[in-house]
Design a protein around this ligand. Structure first.
Ligand SMILES: Nc1ncnc2c1ncn2[C@@H]1O[C@H](COP(=O)(O)OP(=O)(O)OP(=O)(O)O)[C@@H](O)[C@H]1O
Length: 246
């Protein structure tokens, strides 16, 4: 597994408060990683740094086989380089069908071959079917997206990100508001996506994290407090003190 993203010595302060403190982090491609930690640990800021929304005061963020610095790139250049982000609230186009939403995402696909995947072409239609199958919405393609359940909207949005062919997918609290069955479907979907892409999932729900069955990074006060399997980090006394034991 080759390294896709490597952060080292990253710090950022807001009005003198260190939200991220000498943080180092590495993810391979493909890989699935869960990030947990108490409120205010810096999880959102960590993702904001990767996407270029927040610029760190110090440190390095290197990307890809050529180790290019993401810190020199704009948010849109980082997105085009292959970083996709899914926020907590789904942002699908509610008035459009599932197929139309996926078609729009394919049309905006990064890279030089976009035109090949236009929804009206055979390759485009096949790609839409393939993504719908991957996210479990094959039988919903003709449905108006606003009619989907909360979980289905989340899967559609993940599908729209997959349509862009990201190398790294950042997913913020996917389990929130989902039924147990939807959560189960979501963990399966993310695990499948992580066989091809690097996927980082920020999540508070420990059952969900257990089902992801992947390496876990515990953030606290802007640094990595522990890292390893879920059993390994949940047995760590520091993790129990600052997070689990609350
Ligand atoms: N733009 C900002 N200006 C000032 N302080 C900020 C800003 N963004 C984040 N912070 C502070 O930095 C710290 C880390 O915040 P962050 O949102 O990254 O934590 P988090 O781990 O995502 O928390 P949660 O689990 O509650 O979402 C918090 O104390 C927060 O108040």
């Amino acid at each position: 597994m080759s390294t896709l993203l490597e952060m080292s010595g990253v710090s950022v302060s807001f009005d003198g408060f260190k939200a991220i403190n000498n943080l180092s982090f590495r993810i391979g491609e493909p890989e699935l990683r869960a990030i947990i930690g108490p409120n205010g640990a810096g999880k959102t800021t960590f993702m904001d740094i990767i996407t270029g929304k927040t610029r760190p005061d110090e440190g390095r963020v290197l990307w890809g086989e050529k180790s290019v610095s993401l810190l020199k790139m704009s948010e849109s250049q980082i997105a085009r380089a292959g970083v996709g982000r899914k926020f907590q609230k789904p942002t699908v186009f509610e008035a459009q069908t599932v197929r139309e939403n996926l078609a729009m995402a394919l049309k905006n696909k990064r890279g030089p071959f976009d035109v090949l995947f236009h929804s009206k072409t055979r390759a485009g239609a096949e790609r839409i079917e393939a993504i719908a199958a991957e996210i479990g919405l094959s039988d919903q393609l003709g449905r108006i997206s606003g009619e989907l359940s909360h979980g289905q909207k989340q899967w559609l949005e993940i599908g729209m990100l997959l349509a862009q062919d990201p190398r790294l997918l950042l997913v913020d609290e996917p389990a929130a508001g989902m039924t147990p069955a939807e959560r189960e479907h979501t963990t399966d979907l993310l695990r499948r996506a992580a066989t091809k892409h690097a996927v980082v999932v920020v999540e508070h729900d420990m059952e969900f994290v257990r089902r992801l069955d992947c390496k876990v990074t515990v953030l606290c006060e802007g640094s990595v407090l522990a890292e390893g399997s879920l059993d390994h980090v949940t047995a760590n006394q520091d993790v129990i003190d600052v997070y689990l034991g609350r």
